[in-house]
Design a protein around this ligand. Structure first.
Ligand SMILES: [Zn+2]
Length: 212
């Protein structure tokens, strides 16, 4: 089973990736994991990627695709995979598809569709303890005392990444970038849309229906 997860940051696809993988007895991997892994092991691809990043440039698709293909072609991943966060652009998708032609291509693409307001609500409510870094959420897991950590009494703060205007901008950029990708997979017939605004367990059930 070869599954691809598409969805904006904060849509919860990372949380579901492991669950989907264990449903099919395969492994899941995120593009972020692959970068970190290749950098840590100082592989040729890792060194190449680092050169671009050090110059403040985007890592070219070819390098990323080689990392992903290296992982996919590892014999321990021969039963299939769940890819989280890759491909992210149409060019990456087409490159991946052409390299998977010999092994039957992609079986399912799950598009984690989340309403912008729900995403803003979810992400902008996150607070972190300055002392012990314990995460809280204004709505879903508030501290017992306002702005104070339950376990160490430290003050809580909002990360710059979680500010409303940053979230809205990231969402806009993501949707623009992935729109052609989603359209492409929709036309190929293996895209299933998941309403990712629901709670974790409802999303889980929707995924089970979509992949069976
Ligand atoms: Zn704390």
């Amino acid at each position: 089973m070869k599954i691809i997860l598409v969805g904006p940051p904060g849509s919860g696809k990372g949380t579901q990736a492991g669950h989907i993988a264990s449903m099919f007895g395969v492994n899941s991997v995120s593009s972020g994991d692959l970068f970190r892994d290749n950098l840590a092991k100082n592989t040729e691809l890792g060194k190449l990627a680092k050169d671009f990043m050090d110059k403040g440039e985007y890592v070219p698709d070819e390098v990323t695709i080689d990392m992903v293909m290296g992982w996919i072609e590892d014999p321990t991943h021969s039963s299939g995979f769940v890819l989280d966060g890759f491909p992210r652009t149409l060019a990456q998708a087409e490159a991946l598809e052409s390299r998977l032609l010999g092994s039957g291509g992609i079986d399912r693409v799950l598009f984690f569709n989340v309403d912008e307001e729900a995403l803003v609500d979810r992400l902008s409510g996150r607070l972190i303890c300055r002392g012990c870094h314990m995460p809280y959420h204004i709505k879903f897991s508030p501290p017992l005392i306002t702005d104070q950590c339950n376990s160490c009494g430290g003050g809580l703060y909002q990360r710059d990444d979680d500010k409303v205007e940053v979230i809205r901008n990231r969402f806009k950029v993501y949707m623009q970038e992935t729109e052609p990708l989603v359209k492409h997979f929709r036309e190929s017939g293996n895209l299933r849309e998941i309403d990712a605004s629901m709670g974790i367990n409802d999303v889980k059930r929707a995924i089970e229906r979509a992949v069976r």
